[in-house]
Design a protein around this ligand. Structure first.
Ligand code: AVJ
Length: 309
């Protein structure tokens, strides 16, 4: 048999590690190749997926309060910038920004976004950084007082220890003055599960794309028809979990190893933690941040915290 083509050595290593053991897991960052990033944009437009539009509404409604926390000639550093649609709200209002540093793991997406923003904001210095915010980041030298922006509740993808590590890292950046952090809030489980298991099956396609991606990039032989998407609310950990559930006993080749799946066994592909004002306070406090302002919608679906050192 021909050796499968491997175009992503890091993904192969992650898959060998994560899939050939008892409890199978993959880090959520692997969901975001070009196809996955596109599917995520479609998720944000689903009727069931309230976080994106709620956060946008909060930002739009409270821009003045946010602007009050941002020093002039600031550098806005956005973590996991993706399509940067929320950023435009800030860029339009915070006209005294000196520079914008979008950080994302998907370099294709990052380049496209940076090009579009450069056309629309000719005065703004834009310095895209390809990077993984779960590891220490190499930032360009600061262009002014720094404001970090991490919308979308992506911090919820990190386990508590990793979230504290990230908060501590941002806290240690030279010139850091504020951190605008979007967090999804605890609410009834039905609403939460529907947001991660939509009727149109877009989230299922997003989750299953991980298997297609591995087949493409590391030569695995997943039969994607024999895995199903599942979203569950884990109340104890206050998180939604996404899993891919094996529909049969099956074997999959992962590099030089074999991953064995029993029927019903899952790959845990993502956790999305949900917060309360209190749990957020505790999390931020343990990393040396104070909540200076907390913005929410009337139904308290989502929160935007302004943290200060
Ligand atoms: C981009 C991490 C914020 O957790 O809600 C959406 C990703 N996963 N639907 C989230 C996601 C499934 C999303 N984040």
């Amino acid at each position: 048999m021909d050796k499968p083509v491997v175009t992503n050595a890091a993904l192969l290593e992650a898959a060998r590690d994560g899939l050939t053991r008892g409890r199978k897991t993959m880090e959520p960052k692997w969901l975001y190749d070009a196809a996955g990033s596109e599917l995520f944009v479609q998720i944000t437009e689903l009727p069931e997926y309230y976080p994106t539009r709620t956060e946008e509404r909060i930002l739009r409604e409270h821009l003045e309060r946010l602007a009050a926390q941002v020093p002039s000639r600031a550098e806005l550093v956005e973590l996991g910038s993706g399509a940067s649609s929320k950023t435009r709200l800030l860029l339009d209002r915070l006209d005294a920004l000196a520079s914008y540093v979008p950080i994302d793991v998907s370099s294709d997406f990052l380049d496209a976004t940076a090009t579009e923003l450069a056309a629309d904001y000719p005065e703004l210095e834009i310095t895209p950084v390809v990077g993984d915010f779960t590891e220490p980041l190499a930032l360009p030298p600061e262009a002014g007082p720094r404001v970090a922006f991490f919308p979308g509740s992506t911090i919820g993808n990190l386990d508590p220890a990793a979230a504290v590590a990230l908060l501590e890292e941002v806290r240690s950046w030279p010139g850091i003055r504020a951190f605008i952090l979007g967090v999804d809030l605890v609410k009834d489980p039905g609403t939460l599960v529907r947001a991660y298991d939509d009727a149109a099956g877009v989230t299922a396609a997003f989750n299953l794309n991980l298997l297609h991606r591995m087949n493409r990039e590391i030569g695995t032989d997943f039969d994607t028809e024999r895995f199903a998407h599942r979203a569950v609310w884990n109340a104890e950990e206050a998180r939604i979990e996404m899993h891919l559930v094996s529909q049969a006993d099956q074997r999959v080749h992962v590099g030089d190893r074999t991953a064995e799946f029993a029927a019903g066994e899952t790959i845990h592909t993502e956790s999305s933690r949900k917060f309360t004002r209190r749990s957020l306070e505790a999390l931020c406090g343990s990393a040396g941040w104070r909540i200076a302002d907390f913005l929410s919608d009337d139904a308290e679906m989502f929160g935007v915290a302004v943290l200060v050192p």
